[in-house]
Design a protein around this ligand. Structure first.
Ligand code: 9MR
Length: 546
C-alpha cells in the first residue's frame, strides 16, 4: 500500500515543501495538492528515487514548493494514497517551541507539580528524601543534599552528564536564538522578573551544584538502588536512593555549564553568577587533578550507566565555556592546546551527552570572543554543515543523518535534530538560505515525513507518538494516568533493539522501522531531557523564521 508522508504540523510559506511517497511504482506518478474543501490547488509529477537505504522502501519525492498560498487542511494525493492533513503558513511552530520547553517542569523532582499550571499533570513532590542521600559503598562515606533537578527520562534517576548537556543546549538556545527571554512557560516562578526558560534551567543547575563531593569532584549520578517497574509515580517510589561514584566527566560537565550559566544569569542575579563561576573554576581544577575517573559501562543496577572513558572532549568543552565567560589566557591556552580544537568533530552525529566537542565548537563559533583563529573555528562548523547537508540532499526523507551500516543509534531523533543544529549555526554564520532550508526540511522527518508516517512529538500532527516509556505518564498501562504531555519527543528508531518488545516486534526490520510506540519499548520509545532539548533548540530556530 502506498503512503504519502508529510510534515503533519505544516510547512512554512517561505520554506521548502516536500513530501515522500512510498510506492511499488518505479515510473513518475501524478500528485495533487488539495485544499481543505477538496479543491485541487496544485499538481505535478513525482521524482522517483529508487530504494531508500534507511527504510528499504521504494520511494519518490513530491516537491510542491512552488505552492505559495497559506491555509489549513491541505492534503497530498498520489498513487491512490492521501497524506495526513497539514497547514501552510507562518508562525506554525511556536506551539512546538512552547510545548517542548514546558515539558521540563513536569520532569521536576522534589517539588509538587501544580495542577493549575499543568491541568491533568498535577502530582505530589517526588523524592523529598533526596535531601539526604548516602553514598553507595563504592562511592564514599558522606551524605549529600541532592534534592531537585529533573528526572532524566522515563526513569527517576538524576545523572550529571545528561543534565549537563541538556542545560548547555537550552542555555545555548537562550543565548543565540531570539525571543526565548519572552517565552512564557507557566511555572511556579513565573513573574519573578527572570525569563521562564532560565527559571526552569535553574532547577537543574542547582541540583548539579549539589552533586559536588567534599573532594571537589562531582558524583556521576544518583538513583534508585534497584530498578522500579512501570507504573511508579515519583512520590510512591519505594526504593532507597544512593549516590554513585564521582567521575571526571561529571566534574567537567559542571565546569562547562556553570561557566556558561554564570555568563547568562549575571544580568538577573549577580551573586548566583559569582557562585556559578567559582564552582566552574573549582571543578575544572579538580578534574585536572583527577583526569581519568571514568564512569564504568557495568554500572547498570537501578540506573543507566552513562559510561564514558574518553573525556578529552569534556575537557575541551569546559575550557571553551570558561574562556568564553572569563576571557582568561589560562583557559584560552587549554582550548588551543586541545587536539580537539582542530580535529574534525562533525561525525555521524554532531554531539550528545558523551561527545561534547562539537557543542564546544558551536559555542565558540557564536559567542562573541577574541580567540585567535576564530575564522577557522567558524569554517569548521560550516564544513560540518556542508557534510550534513550533502547527506540530507541524497536522502529521500531529507534526513541529515546516515549511520554506518544503517545502524540507527539509541535516541536517533536527537541525533537527527542535533545535526540540524549545526546547519542552523551555519546559517547564523553565513546567512545562506540552503542551511536554513535544510533545517526546515530536516524537521519534516520528526513531524511525520518518515517511513512510519508518524509524528515523533506528542500532540503535534495527526498521528503522533504518545506512549513513550515513562513511569508516571503510563496511560497505556493504567488509563487513570496521563500520556506524556504534548511536546514530548520520542527517542526514535534504534537498531539495537535492546528491550523485549522491540526484539519481539521489530527483529529484522530496516533502520527507520526499528521503532514502536509502546511504553515497554524503552530502547526505541523513551522520553528524555536531553532529547527534548534539541527539539527546543530547533523549534526556537524555526519559530524565529516566522
Ligand atoms: O541515551 C543513552 C544512550 O545514549 C545509551 O546508549 C543508553 C545505554 O547506555 O542509555 C541511554 O540513556 C538512558 C539512561 O541510561 C537512563 N535513563 C534513560 C536514558 C534513555 O534511554
Amino acid at each position: 500500500m502506498s503512503v504519502v508522508a508529510v510534515n503533519q504540523v505544516g510547512y512554512l510559506l517561505s520554506g521548502p515543501k516536500r513530501a515522500t511517497l512510498a510506492t511499488a511504482a518505479v515510473e513518475p506518478l501524478t500528485w495533487r495538492l488539495a485544499d481543505d474543501r477538496g479543491r485541487i490547488v496544485a499538481d505535478g509529477t513525482t521524482a522517483p528515487h529508487g530504494t531508500d537505504i534507511s527504510s528499504g522502501q521504494n520511494v519518490h519525492t513530491i516537491d510542491f514548493s512552488t505552492h505559495q498560498r497559506p491555509g489549513t487542511g491541505f492534503t497530498l494525493t498520489a498513487d491512490g494514497a492521501t497524506s495526513h492533513p497539514f497547514r501552510i503558513g507562518t508562525g506554525l511552530y511556536r506551539p512546538l517551541l512552547t510545548d517542548a520547553m514546558r515539558f521540563f517542569y513536569c520532569q521536576r523532582s522534589g517539588i509538587e507539580i501544580r495542577e493549575d499550571l499543568r491541568p491533568g499533570y498535577g502530582r505530589p513532590a517526588g523524592h523529598l528524601g533526596d535531601r539526604d542521600v548516602p553514598c553507595a559503598p563504592d562511592a564514599g562515606d558522606h551524605r549529600l543534599d541532592v534534592r531537585g533537578g529533573w528526572y532524566d527520562a522515563g526513569d527517576q534517576g538524576k545523572y550529571v552528564v545528561n543534565g549537563g548537556i541538556t542545560v548547555w543546549q537550552l542555555l545555548h538556545a537562550f543565548e543565540h536564538r531570539g525571543g526565548l527571554d519572552q517565552l512564557p512557560l507557566d511555572l511556579p516562578e513565573s513573574g519573578n522578573g527572570v525569563p521562564d526558560l532560565l527559571n526552569e534551567v535553574r532547577w537543574e543547575l542547582d541540583f548539579l551544584l549539589r552533586m559536588r563531593a567534599p573532594s571537589g569532584l562531582v558524583h556521576h549520578k544518583m538513583h534508585d538502588l534497584e530498578w522500579t517497574g512501570l507504573p511508579t509515580l515519583p512520590h510512591l517510589d519505594p526504593q532507597p536512593r544512593v549516590l554513585r561514584p564521582v567521575s571526571t566527566a561529571a566534574t567537567l560537565n559542571l565546569a562547562a555549564v556553570a561557566a556558561q550559566a554564570s555568563r547568562i544569569y549575571r544580568k538577573y542575579d549577580a551573586d548566583y553568577a559569582d557562585r556559578l563561576l567559582a564552582a566552574a573554576r573549582d571543578a575544572f581544577t579538580a578534574a585536572g587533578t583527577h583526569p581519568i575517573r571514568y564512569a564504568p559501562v557495568a554500572d547498570t543496577i537501578g540506573g543507566g550507566p552513562y559510561d564514558d572513558d574518553d573525556v578529552g572532549d569534556e575537557f575541551y568543552w569546559a575550557a571553551v565555556e570558561l574562556f568564553l565567560t572569563t576571557g582568561e589566557p589560562e583557559y584560552a591556552d587549554a582550548v588551543t592546546a586541545s587536539p580537539l580544537h582542530t580535529a574534525d568533530v562533525f561525525g555521524t552525529y554532531a554531539f550528545d551527552w558523551a561527545a561534547t566537542a562539537a557543542a564546544a565548537r558551536l559555542a565558540l563559533a557564536l559567542t562573541p570572543n577574541e580567540l585567535p583563529g576564530l575564522d577557522d573555528v567558524r569554517a569548521s562548523v560550516v564544513a560540518g554543515a556542508d557534510r550534513y547537508l550533502a547527506i540530507q540532499r541524497a536522502h529521500p526523507y531529507a534526513v541529515a543523518y546516515a549511520p554506518p551500516g544503517n545502524q540507527w543509534h539509541w535516541g536517533s531523533n536527537s541525533m537527527v535534530l542535533n545535526n540540524l543544529v549545526v546547519l542552523a549555526v551555519a546559517y547564523d554564520l553565513t546567512g545562506e538560505a540552503r542551511y536554513r532550508d535544510g533545517v526546515l526540511e530536516g524537521l519534516d522527518y520528526i513531524l511525520g515525513r518518515n517511513a512510519l508516517n508518524l509524528s515523533y512529538v506528542t500532540g503535534h500532527g495527526t498521528d503522533y507518538a504518545e506512549n513513550q516509556h515513562s513511569r508516571w505518564y503510563a496511560h497505556q498501562l493504567d488509563p487513570s494516568l496521563p500520556h506524556p504531555p504534548k511536546g514530548t519527543l520520542a527517542g526514535g528508531p534504534n537498531s539495537g533493539l535492546q528491550d523485549e518488545v522491540a526484539q519481539a516486534r521489530l527483529a529484522g526490520r530496516v533502520g527507520q522501522f526499528c521503532y514502536v510506540d509502546d511504553i515497554r519499548s524503552w530502547s526505541t520509545n523513551e522520553l528524555t531531557i536531553n532529547w527534548n532539548a534539541p527539539l527546543v533548540w530547533i523549534a526556537a530556530f524555526v519559530t524565529e523564521l516566522g
